[in-house]
Design a protein around this ligand. Structure first.
Ligand SMILES: NC(=O)C1=CN([C@@H]2O[C@H](COP(=O)(O)OP(=O)(O)OC[C@H]3O[C@@H](n4cnc5c(N)ncnc54)[C@H](OP(=O)(O)O)[C@@H]3O)[C@@H](O)[C@H]2O)C=CC1
Ligand SMILES: N[C@@H](CC=O)C(=O)O
Ligand code: NA
Length: 357
């Protein structure tokens, strides 16, 4: 059997957790993968002769930097099957998936960018998939929760999706569950809780990508496309941003975080408005397949609703389908963080290896 090689791009919160899970994967010895390439934004580690590398040594590496086309050529010439694990949120890497796939390199990733940008890129990616070049992206929605696989199974077995709704962001869930809990007055100011979410590894590399609603909009785009809607992209439907107007053009993420405390009052107002109605405010998403409508934004929800009952960084995905019409299929649990996201990536890797073997 040909050896299986892995190239890992991105060793941040998810990448590091993935690396530690990789050493414990339950696979037959003959199919155990060998890591031949690892990179961060300005470091790469590999050898010309495709030797096994120790990715934990990446920071002391002096390997010369390969461009994405050079990396594609390097991996395409490897003497075995190659799986690229993209643990970045980088658009350029995502844009290169069709080139990797066309060269027989499979892709496993939690990166949402490739699947939620233009429909053209989506079609190019899935048009480039073959028996030798697979794509798995479970953790791009709901981290390791079985959301993509469940939706694909429903569709592949002939069910009709009517609507998918819920809380699709670990960051937003944590923020509102902490800031506006069902009982009590909340555990701090909005900006402090945003910092906690960032420190816990729930946010995107730039937390503004969560707060502007785009992370949830990207997940909705992926789910909508898998459910059969031709959504053009995350900007083609209404998305509510929680970024204060005055900070929309703030420079760096650090600058944004520094100024955010000045606008804590805006979120207090939402909390108070909901409390006056005996409700709590939550960031809710809806992919209404039957009516071809997608929306993302704040809603006042009843305190005894399943959405209000979420804890920590939990997500909830409620699938209403033709089969699950009287009682929806619900997927719920921790929806962000390095370990649970890496679990989805590692499980995808196992599936890819099993299918390639
Ligand atoms: N964290 C979570 O809970 C979840 C994350 N995801 C997705 O997982 C991915 C990773 O998230 P996370 O680990 O939290 O993010 P981090 O910011 O912690 O890590 C990102 C990593 O990508 C590297 N990187 C960025 N651009 C490039 C590039 N062009 N070439 C090589 N490396 C690059 C960074 O390098 P450097 O170290 O040099 O900065 C860093 O190591 C994202 O797509 C995110 O949306 C999905 C579900 C949940
Ligand atoms: N930033 C995202 C990470 C997972 O996709 C979130 O908070 O859900
Ligand atoms: Na998932």
């Amino acid at each position: 059997m040909a050896p299986v090689y892995i190239a890992i791009i991105g060793l941040g919160g998810v990448g590091k957790a993935f690396l530690s899970q990789l050493s414990r994967l339950s696979l037959p010895t003959a199919t155990k993968p060998t890591v031949i390439f690892a990179s961060r934004s300005s470091k790469q580690l590999y050898t010309k002769s495709y030797d096994a590398i120790d990715a934990t040594n990446l920071d002391s590496s002096s390997s010369s930097l390969l461009s994405l086309p050079d990396l594609t050529a390097y991996l395409a010439d490897a003497p075995g099957k190659v799986i690229l694990v993209d643990n970045t949120s980088n658009q350029d890497v995502a844009d290169a998936y069709p080139s990797f796939l066309k060269k027989g390199i499979s892709v496993v990733t939690p990166n949402k960018k490739a699947f939620s940008s233009s429909l053209e890129l989506w079609n190019d990616i899935f048009g480039s998939v073959s028996a030798q070049a697979l794509v798995y992206h479970e953790s791009s929605v709901g981290a390791g929760l079985p959301v993509i696989s469940t939706l694909k199974d429903l569709v592949a077995t002939g069910d009709q999706i009517t609507k998918i709704q819920g809380v699709f962001s670990g960051t937003m869930s944590f923020l509102f569950n902490t800031f506006a809990p069902v009982s009590g007055s909340g555990a701090g100011k909005w900006s402090q809780i945003v910092s906690q979410a960032k420190d816990a590894g729930y946010t995107e590399p730039d937390p503004r990508d969560d707060l502007n609603g785009m992370d949830v909009a990207r997940k909705c785009t992926i789910l909508a496309r898998l459910a059969g809607l031709k959504v053009q992209g995350p900007e083609s439907f209404p998305v509510q941003s929680l970024i204060p107007k005055e900070l929309q053009s703030a420079g760096s993420a650090a600058e944004f975080m520094e100024k955010l405390p000045q606008y804590d009052g805006e979120m207090e107002k939402y909390k108070e408005d909901a409390a006056k109605q005996g409700k709590v405010v939550r960031f809710v998403a809806s992919v209404d397949v039957a009516n071809d409508k997608v929306s993302v934004g704040l809603e006042m929800v009843e305190k005894d609703s399943p959405i209000a009952a979420l804890r920590g960084s939990d997500n909830i995905f409620v699938f209403h389908t033709q089969r699950y019409s009287s009682s929806p299929l619900v997927v719920q649990g921790s929806g962000a963080g390095g370990e649970v996201t890496a679990m989805g990536v590692s499980a995808d890797l196992i599936k890819a290896i099993e299918r390639l073997s």
